[in-house]
Design a protein around this ligand. Structure first.
Ligand code: NAP
Length: 252
């Protein structure tokens, strides 16, 4: 049987923010599916190097690079390095993202600009550099990590929700610009996912969150990674411009 759901064997895929959380789970799944995975980190050098070494010890192709995605020159250089060292870049998962939560009236310009620079501008510059290569390859897959915070009100997250909504618009526009080059651009919008950030909350806060979700549980990082693998596969070649909501029904 031709399994169109796992067609990334040998393909080169870049995952931003792969040192922990959702990004780490995506790196793990893609590596086990046979992809050559390059992942970036910002500060977590120790964790990133340990992670890459643990995969390499299993003969899996995983490579870690320090790269601040806010820096246009850095991301352009990263894409060049990937193509030179590992071959044609097939997929990009724009996973790196930050929060700096405050009510809008007390939000500093630093809080606002940091989140825009990382979640939106950094994602755009990296995607732009990658698309310039993918257009020549006449194939490619780009995935934006949005959030349900970009689809519905999220008090205390004016900066974050603005960027995550913007990624939905960016996804739609790029999907039309890129379709004729056989490049698909999609987004994933997770709800509450059980990452370190949520694990550090007290039990009462975790219970409040679970009660907002019809499924009465948080999602797992593996559930988001499965969606990324699907969207990278040839089984998803006719899906583009879409935002896949993965939130246990919370935003419906
Ligand atoms: P996380 O655990 O906080 O990890 C964030 C990752 O992004 C880390 O690898 C971090 O690197 C990297 N990063 C941050 N700033 C960067 C920069 N300027 N340049 C390069 N890399 C940078 O995040 P997460 O909870 O797994 O979330 C991953 C994505 O899913 C984010 O875009 C987030 O908005 C989205 N999301 C998460 C949830 C959730 O419930 N967790 C829900 C909806 C959407 P370092 O480790 O080096 O700092």
């Amino acid at each position: 049987m031709n399994n169109q759901l796992n067609t990334i064997q040998g393909k080169v895929v870049l995952v931003t923010g792969g040192s922990r959380g959702i990004g780490k789970a995506i790196v793990q799944l893609l590596a086990h599916a046979g992809a050559t995975v390059v992942f970036t980190y910002s500060n977590s050098a120790g964790a990133a190097m340990d992670l890459a070494a643990s995969f390499q010890a299993q003969n899996l192709q995983v490579h870690a690079f320090q790269a601040d995605i806010r820096d246009k020159d850095v991301v352009e250089g990263l894409v060049e390095t990937i193509e030179t060292r590992f071959g044609p870049l097939f997929g990009v998962i724009n996973n790196a993202g930050i929060t700096a939560d405050k009510s809008a009236v007390t939000m500093s310009s630093e809080n606002w600009e940091d989140v825009i620079a990382t979640n939106l501008s950094g994602t755009f510059y990296l995607t732009q550099a990658a698309l310039r290569k993918m257009i020549h390859h006449r194939e490619g897959k780009v995935i934006m990590m949005s959030s349900v915070s970009g689809l519905q009100a999220s008090p205390g997250q004016a900066n974050y929700s603005a960027t995550k909504a913007a990624l939905v618009g960016l996804t739609r526009t790029l999907s039309h610009e890129m379709a004729r080059f056989h490049i698909q651009v999609n987004a994933i919008a997770p709800g509450f996912i059980d990452t370190e950030m949520v694990q550090n909350m007290d039990e009462a806060a975790r219970k409040r969150i679970k009660n907002l979700v019809p499924a009465r549980r948080m999602g797992t990082v593996e559930e988001i990674a499965n969606c990324a693998l699907f969207l990278l596969s040839s089984g998803a070649d006719y899906i583009t411009g879409h935002t896949l909501v993965v939130d246990g029904g919370m935003s419906v």
